[in-house]
Design a protein around this ligand. Structure first.
Ligand SMILES: [Zn+2]
Length: 147
C-alpha cells in the first residue's frame, strides 16, 4: 500500500509494543512487511496475542514464526458510531476478525480494506496488507483485503 493511504483517518493513537517489550518483534516485522505469530518453542502451539507463557504447555519459551498472511474472515462488524474524535468523518468502517489457517487458526483483528459498505462474508479468503504510517514514530498496521 502507498504510504499516506490510510484506511482510517489520521489522529488515532499509534500502536506500540508493551513497555516490557512483549510484541516488539511483531511490530519490527510488520515494518518489514512480514507477519509473525507467536509460537511456543516447547510444544509448537501458536497463540495470539503475545504472552510470556504458552497457554497450552505453560512453558516460558515463546518464539515467533513467519506466516503467509493468508487468512479467512471469522467474524466482522461495521461500526457507525465514532468511538474516537478522529473517527468523526471516518464511519462506517469494517473491523474483521481474521483466522490464520497456517498458524493454528489464531485470530487477529484488523480492518477490511475497500468500500466500507461492501457486503462481507464469513469465511471469505483475505490476505494481509501492510499499511505504513510515517511520522515521528513510524509504525505499520496489518490490514486485510479480499483475496
Ligand atoms: Zn507450549
Amino acid at each position: 500500500m502507498t504510504t499516506g493511504a490510510y484506511y482510517l483517518p489520521p489522529g488515532l493513537p499509534a500502536p506500540a509494543p508493551n513497555p516490557d517489550g512483549l510484541g516488539a518483534e511483531f511490530w519490527e516485522a510488520t515494518a518489514r512487511h512480514e507477519l509473525l505469530v507467536q509460537r511456543c518453542n516447547a510444544c509448537q502451539t501458536f497463540q495470539w496475542g503475545p504472552e510470556f507463557i504458552c497457554h497450552d504447555c505453560l512453558a516460558f519459551d515463546m518464539g515467533w514464526h513467519r506466516v503467509s498472511g493468508r487468512g479467512r474472515i471469522y467474524s466482522w462488524e461495521r461500526p457507525w458510531y465514532p468511538v474516537h474524535p478522529a473517527l468523526r468523518e471516518g464511519v462506517p468502517y469494517i473491523v474483521v476478525l481474521v483466522e490464520l489457517p497456517d498458524a493454528g487458526n489464531v485470530r487477529m483483528v484488523g480492518n477490511l480494506l475497500g468500500d466500507p459498505k461492501q457486503e462481507v462474508s464469513i469465511g471469505a479468503d483475505v490476505v494481509a496488507v501492510f499499511e505504513d504510517h510515517d511520522g515521528a514514530e513510524p509504525y505499520t498496521l496489518v490490514q486485510w483485503r479480499l483475496a
